[in-house]
Design a protein around this ligand. Structure first.
Ligand code: PMP
Ligand code: GLN
Length: 383
């Protein structure tokens, strides 16, 4: 393994899902729903296979999906993208972010990330030969946010990109317009490009509004936006996503993606287009049901003795383990399957400043109510 990848072992998601399987534990670690996506959307993928949609699709994606994505950005956010030149299909948001980082940052460049950060960002920045510069999200009034002064201090003459994930995994924060403005101001001042990961764009609670960074004044021109079907439609295994950005950025991303995977699975693309056009009422039901599940899990974690942070979006809860007498989330997450028959993710692995995240573990609530209740019952034995 090349030196720059040596600090990346097996991902925490693979490790903890394997532990769940080996111990028969309830898996509230890796974020995937235990119920399926919209039936007609699933049927569309099956029909696409039956009707011969099984050879290479166009590299940039099926026109029907690029048009559906352009329509979604326009109708939901008032953002105009040309489906031919400014929308581009990738193998999930993961490839979208990776191709963007590889296309736009290289050796000697720095990339700003908000920590805790999604694990693939760190690995992708390392693959690019660039360096990450973390800005820490800290709890403030029950919600994780950043200090704009720390963001400004993270910029150096080598900064190229800023990676923004909102709604944020694992903190659960939906960035406000004020927070996004602070990011936009830094981008404008230092001529930075923003790459935004908006995979949880529909999963927001209590009226929290997802605002794409590209909608802020001056930002459309310097933002590469990434999203995907996995979370929105409960089909995390489909690995189908898209990038929307001004044409020169899309050309840069395309140059990289051509040689990573060339194209993205055709049947999933056809079904994704169907979902974006026809299943948004289903998504609203999912959103409402997740809000109730969030409250169910937060209430249960509190009853079990954790301090739980009620997220504004995503399907993850950050839980502070100190009230239970624990201090090291990695140790607790490793012991939890044996101790309680539950799997969680130690949030510390998503931080460079380990002490900022040492006492958090992340629980997923995209599960059937009885699964959440069973997990909570088991966790009550911890105190
Ligand atoms: N970004 C974030 C913040 C995520 O939580 C995930 C997990 N699904 C992804 C990207 C990956 O998305 P995809 O499966 O579309 O690659
Ligand atoms: N996004 C999912 C999570 O945060 C996991 C995706 C993965 O397994 N890489 O749990």
């Amino acid at each position: 393994l090349v030196p720059r990848m040596r600090s990346f072992g097996e991902t925490i998601f693979a490790e903890m899902s394997a532990r769940a399987a080996a111990t028969g534990s309830i898996n509230l670690g890796q974020g995937f729903p235990d119920t399926d996506g919209p039936p007609a959307m699933l049927a569309t993928a099956i029909e696409a296979i039956r009707s011969g949609g099984n050879q290479y699709p166009p590299g940039p994606g099926l026109p029907e999906l690029r048009e559906a994505v352009a329509a979604q950005r326009r109708e939901r956010y008032g953002l105009e993208y040309d489906p031919a030149e400014e929308v581009f299909v990738t193998v999930g948001a993961t490839e979208g972010v990776a191709a963007a980082v590889l296309a736009l940052a290289g050796p000697g460049d720095e990339v700003i990330v908000f920590e805790p950060y999604y694990d693939s960002y760190a690995a992708t920045i390392a693959l690019a030969g660039a360096e990450r510069r973390p800005v820490t999200l800290r709890p403030d009034g029950g919600r994780f946010t950043f200090d704009p002064a720390e963001l400004r201090a993270a910029v150096t003459p080598r900064t190229k990109l800023i990676l923004v994930n909102s709604p944020h995994n694992p903190a659960g924060t939906v960035f406000t317009r004020g927070e996004l403005r602070a990011i936009a101001d830094v981008c404008a001042e230092h001529d930075l490009t923003a790459v935004t990961d908006e995979v949880y764009e529909y999963l927001t609670f209590d009226g929290a509004e997802h605002i794409p960074l590209a909608t802020l004044e001056g930002m459309r021109e310097r933002t590469v936006t990434v999203s995907s079907v996995g979370k929105t439609f409960s089909v995390t295994g489909w690995k189908t996503g898209w990038v929307t950005a001004p044409a020169p950025y899309v050309r840069a991303v395309r140059t990289v993606k051509q040689f990573l995977t060339y194209a993205t699975g055709g049947p999933w693309q056809r079904a994704a287009a169907y979902g974006l056009r026809n299943e948004l009422a289903w998504v609203e039901e999912l959103r409402a049901s997740l809000q109730a599940k969030r409250d169910r899990l937060v209430g249960g974690l509190e009853a079990a003795g954790f301090t739980a942070y009620r997220p504004q979006g995503t399907y993850f809860v950050q839980a502070d383990i100190r009230p239970l007498g624990f201090t090291d989330g990695i140790e607790l997450a490793r012991a939890l399957p044996e101790k309680a028959g539950v799997v969680a993710i130690p949030t510390q692995v998503f931080y460079d400043n380990a002490e900022a995240g040492a006492h958090f573990v992340r629980f997923a609530f995209c599960k059937r109510d009885e699964v959440i209740d069973d997990a909570v019952e088991r966790l009550r034995g911890l105190a």
